[in-house]
Each structure stands twice: as C-alpha cells, then as structure tokens.
Design a protein around this ligand. Structure first.
Ligand code: PMP
Length: 374
C-alpha cells in the first residue's frame, strides 16, 4: 500500500509534548535535581545492578517499593500505585476516568500532560483559566462543578510552571463539592512541604500524585506513585501497562526512598538557592518574578524568546520558554540549580538585560539585529 489511513480524529489538532531536549552547560529547564545521586548510593546501586535477573519480567505492582511507600504514608499497599514516572500515572488516570463522553478539568497555565492525555483519549477537556496572579478561580470552578458532569480534575500543587500553591481550604471545598476524582499533583511536595495526605481518610475522591524525578534525583529512571482509595487503585490496574516499571528502577527507587533523609540537606540547600534566585532576578530592572513554592521560578521579561536564546547561545544556560503559552506571555521558567548554576544564570541575565537596555537607549532593537521574535 502506498498510503496509510489516518489515526483517530482526536489526534488531528494535537502536538507532541516538546521537552526541548537541548544540551547546555547549565541545565535549568526541566525542574530536575541539579545533583546526581550521592556517590554512596551510586555504589550501592551498582552492586544491586549486578544481582538483577534481567531475563525475568519485573514484579508488575512493584510490591517492595509499594509497601515502603504505603508504610511511610500511613497507608496500605492497596492505596499505592507505582508507575513509569508521574506521566504514566496521569495517562492511566485519564484512560480510566476520562475517555469519550467524559469530562476532564484542569486549570491552565498548568502541567500540559493533563490536557494532552485528555485530548488523546477523546475526553471532553474543560479548562478554567487561572487568575492573573495564577490562583485558581474558585467561583468559576464552583459554578462548573455545579453542572455535575465533571469526571476527573487535575490540580498541580504547587502548580507547574507558575510555582503557585492552592490554599488547602480551596482544595477541601473542591473535594466536598464534587464526586469527580480529584488528583492533587504533588510532584514538588518535597520542596513545598505541603500535602493533602491528611485529608485522604475523609475524601474517597482524593488522589495524590508524587514523583522520584525531582527531589530524589531519579528523573532518568522514571518512577512515580499515586496515593488513593483502594478502589481507585484497582480501577487503574485495569488500564495500566503491567511491566512499565523495570526491575532496576524498582530497586533504585526503593533504595532512594529508604534513604530519603540523605536528600534533606540538598533540598534545604535548593530552597536557599531559590531565595537567592528570586532575590537576584527581582533586582534586575525589567524582570518581574513570581513567588514559587517549588524548585523553579517563573519570571516575565520583555522579548522573552530573545532572552531565552541569548541565555542559551551566549551563556550556555538552558531555561524553559513559555512565552507562547496563553496566560504566560513573555514568561520564562528557570529551575533552581546549584549555587554556582544560580550565580551563572543571574550573571548571564544581568549581562543580557544591561546590553538590551543600552541597545534600547541607542535605538537598536536588541543587541543582535534579528534576534527579536525567535
Ligand atoms: N506533574 C507535574 C506537575 C510535573 O511538573 C511533572 C514533571 N515535569 C510530572 C507530573 C511528571 O513527572 P515524572 O513523569 O518525571 O514523574
């Protein structure tokens, strides 16, 4: 055959998630932990790697890891689902609670996988835009919930890419106002130190998503988990890929989870680096910084795309450009790096902004002709 019939209609207006996987000396685009695992854990992992029977399929439910996550959260293993990163669990949630004729709700600007998965599954996507300060529009939300047709709600808390934490009272109001499955995505929980876990016993419709990709330095291995009512977990096991979390990842995540106090010092250091980052950015004329409860900071700057390009091309600093995202016009997001990385980023921003101010003063559009609008 010289042609292939098209895929489902739902894919026509869909673009793939673009992780902007570029190389740079200073990588501050993906909210990763800037540090690899501590050396001692790396050594223990190499030992573990020698003893894995790679010819055998992994345990589909990651029993050992699941038990330890459950115990640490005061829950039963039946309340825990482990997945190939939070991304896979988001897809499982949409497969099970979304789909044609079902309504998925999110609050843009927010983590884009919610809407990508909703569209890919032919779900009806309802989006309630955040207010200009990126808080959730409670009145609009309550009005929408009153229709009674919402099946699945995603609330990233803190929100990515804005760093905003929703008030606990708002989240409780939502849980009371709907029987939709409410997923509170706590991917950045270890930085915000805020969780809805205490409310699980009263709300069967609350699910909490967490990841090993951020504070725990395992973005490269792919592991995340969901805490939820056991009936929710049972339904998700019907749609999930049985072997998505490989043996090595299970072993590594287990080791890291058991040793998680080791990460505390690095997390506290990152929070201090965030303060330096926020303060430094706020001192640069022409930059508006938004408060953040996570390991990244959103800021607004004129000609954001050109600034993004200058950071990469002239300073080898990679951040994320959100300037084409509705509600995030002229916004860039920078992850919190090491002290040295934060210093390099701030120095680069100062240099770029000083040059731009001088160029504007002399009537030149940007330091390099043609750099605008890229
Ligand atoms: N939720 C949020 C809010 C995120 O920012 C991310 C990662 N960017 C994820 C979930 C998924 O993370 P992972 O798949 O690496 O666990």
């Amino acid at each position: 055959m010289d042609r292939v019939r098209p895929p489902r209609e739902a894919l026509r207006d869909l673009s793939p998630y673009d992780a902007k996987h570029l190389e740079a000396e200073v990588m501050l685009a993906s909210n990763e932990n800037p540090l690899n695992l501590p050396g001692e854990l790396l050594e223990r992992l190499s030992d573990l790697a020698q003893r894995i029977p790679y010819n055998r399929y992994p345990d589909p439910m990651a029993t050992g890891l699941r038990e330890e996550i459950a115990a640490a959260n005061g829950l039963e293993p039946s309340n825990v689902l482990v997945g190939n990163g939070g991304d896979e669990i988001i897809q499982d949630l949409v497969l099970a609670w979304g789909g044609p004729g079902r309504v998925v709700l999110d609050f843009p600007p927010t983590f884009v996988m919610y809407s990508i998965d909703a569209k890919a599954t032919g779900s009806t996507l309802v989006q309630i835009p955040r207010r200009p300060d990126f808080s959730i529009d409670e009145e609009a939300l309550k009005a929408r919930l009153a229709d009674g047709d919402v099946d699945l709600i995603f609330i990233a808390n803190p929100n990515n890419p804005t760093g905003t934490l929703a008030p606990e009272t708002l989240l409780i109001d939502v849980l009371n106002a709907t029987d939709a499955l409410v997923v509170v995505d706590e991917a950045y929980f270890e930085f915000s130190r805020h969780t809805m876990r205490p409310h699980m016993s009263r709300h069967a419709n609350l699910a909490i998503l967490r990841t090993f990709s951020k504070a725990f330095s395992l973005a490269g291995l792919r592991a995340g988990y969901l805490l939820a009512h056991e009936d929710v977990i049972t339904e998700l096991t019907k749609v999930r890929q049985p072997y998505s979390v490989n043996r090595f990842t299970q072993a590594a995540a287990r080791l890291v989870f058991r040793e998680r106090p080791v990460f505390e010092a690095a997390i506290s250091q990152l929070l201090r680096n965030r303060d330096v980052l926020v303060h430094g950015l706020s001192e640069i004329p022409g930059v508006e910084v938004f408060p953040s409860e996570a390991n990244f900071v959103l800021f607004r700057v004129e000609h954001a795309s050109a600034v993004w390009r200058d950071l990469l091309k002239e300073h080898s600093v990679l951040v994320r450009d959100f300037s084409r995202t509705p509600g995030l016009e002229e916004c860039l997001r920078v992850s919190v790096g090491t002290e040295d990385e934060v210093r390099r980023f701030l120095a680069a921003m100062e240099e770029i902004m000083t040059r731009r101010r001088a160029a504007a003063h002399f009537g030149v559009a940007g330091a390099h002709a043609g750099s605008e609008g890229e």
